[in-house]
Design a protein around this ligand. Structure first.
Ligand SMILES: [Zn+2]
Ligand SMILES: [Zn+2]
Length: 112
């Protein structure tokens, strides 16, 4: 059993405020402090998770971009033509893909 630090009234169990004078009890002060602390921790955690996720996404994007650049650099542009269906490299004058038989359309984006 605890007593109000202000008026000395007996406090009910789990009372956060004195029922007689309205002063916040020790328990009430603790409860408020914990709640604020929890809230702050939750915000910090969310912020960190977001930063982590964002950093990861940026990293993955960089990796994908680097890989794409490497693929572009590795691919000899004039010697072969890539099948749009299966991705197999065919000779540049091939009309049909030797691998899957799909008609190879000339790339329209390779304008000089
Ligand atoms: Zn009181
Ligand atoms: Zn193909």
């Amino acid at each position: 059993m605890s007593y109000c630090s202000n008026c000395g009234a007996k406090l009910p169990k789990d009372a956060f405020y004195c029922p007689k004078c309205g002063v916040k009890t020790v328990l009430g002060a603790e409860k408020t402090a914990i709640t604020l602390e929890d809230l702050r921790e939750t915000f910090n955690r969310i912020e960190k998770e977001f930063e982590k996720a964002f950093a990861l996404a940026t990293k993955e994007m960089h990796a994908a971009f680097k890989k794409a650049m490497e693929n572009i650099q590795q691919e000899p542009p004039k010697e072969t033509v890539t099948c749009s269906n299966c991705g197999e490299k065919n000779l540049k004058d091939a009309i049909f893909c030797y691998n899957c038989g799909t008609k190879i359309e000339p790339k329209t984006e390779e304008k000089v």
